[in-house]
Design a protein around this ligand. Sequence first.
Ligand code: AMP
Length: 370
Amino acid sequence: MGEVVAVLGGGQLGRMLGLAGVPLGLSFRFLDPSPEAPAQALGPLVVGALGDEAALRDVARGATAVTYEWEGVPAEGARALEQLGYAVRPGPNALEVAQDRLGEKETFRRLGIPVPAFAAVDTRDELARALDDIGTPAVLKTRRGGYDGKGQVMLHRASAVEAAWAELGAPAVLEQMVRFDRELSVLAVRSLAGETRCYPLVENRHAAERGTGGILRASRAPAPAVTPALQAAGEAIAGRLLDDLGYVGVLAIELFQVGDELLANEFAPRVHNSGHWTIEGAETSQFENHLRAMLGRPLGSTNARGHSVMLNCIGAMPDIDRVLAVPGAHLHDYGKTPREGRKLGHVTVTAATAEELDDRVARLEFLVDA
Ligand code: AMP
């Protein structure tokens, strides 16, 4: 048997890592708390908690390298594997920074990466002081465990503070609400030897409605109207962060564009939903490049092939035949049980020109809940 990759987490990201790794001759083993984890189509599944030491040893046994597909993986578990001699890539330090919104923002600031004004909030008094400094509108976010817009409350008026404090409490971070022009992300891959390559900036649209607010609905790549200076700014942000973390693998940074400036919101130390378009839309997918990096192989080109849009299928899958009838459309069904607000799959549509892409997206938007 060739090289074995152990993946902590067995969701769709693990599944797509497996799909990208099979042609490279890799075998996979996954650890997930759910016996229904979608990645098990690509390799044996160890069912257990992601912080459980026995389960971690079990999934890692004999693996060439260990990676994770969820930033909630307890960093101590990843560290324990490292101490047993396993190559854990990206390293557990990236998990630690990403798991604490305050540490994440302080890291950006230390590296000279612009961020929205923020303040740490540990007590009700600190919240009052932070509001005096930052003003409204602002966003109160829990320091740990928030994702997809969960664990955060928008404060449009100072009078909304009591309810927000009762809902979230401390430890939290208060952040200035940014009137951004649009949301972008930069996906970057850094090799074992320290070379960083970035994909073209991606434009992201998130759901705003209650219940599914904050979930990514659609990504377009390359993002329209990106000047070389803006692309360079995104790449500089990614380069600084990945070098500082000594990072190996793919990482995504969510950005707010305000005029010509990029502000960093947060980063995910893993392959990312806003990079799914790379499967069909780039010369090397984010999944393949993540595996190449963690196994010490040469990186692949991050150039886009034409124009792509990725639409998430949330809560329900579209009619497969109608989707596949759209030229350039590719359906990805993660094999998950439908539930409201759950990402069940995605559709990527590619085209040679932006105009052709717009036509195809218009046809797909009727079919996909995006
Ligand atoms: P997050 O959980 O930090 O990724 O936030 C989810 C979404 O909430 C983002 O994609 C933005 O649409 C919105 N959001 C978060 N923070 C801010 C902010 N400081 N200003 C404006 N919108 C924000």
